[in-house]
Design a protein around this ligand. Structure first.
Ligand SMILES: [Zn+2]
Length: 61
């Protein structure tokens, strides 16, 4: 999916490391997003597990 370079405005692919037009590092590459998403997913997963545990303990049997 093509995106616009933040620096020169040219259309570039979102999976390239650098803009082929001006050489600026791309902010659209998925590598960076994946690291942040993984951390957020881990937090969500832990919260979900804790919530499930609390609900399971509080549920009347
Ligand atoms: Zn550029």
């Amino acid at each position: 999916m093509p995106v616009d370079c933040l620096y020169c405005g040219e259309s570039i692919a979102d999976d390239v490391e650098r803009c082929p037009h001006c050489g600026a590092p791309s902010h659209f590459q998925k590598k960076g997003f994946r690291v942040g998403a993984r951390g957020r997913f881990l937090i969500l997963f832990v919260l979900f597990s804790l919530t499930t545990l609390v609900v399971a303990l509080l549920l009347p049997r």
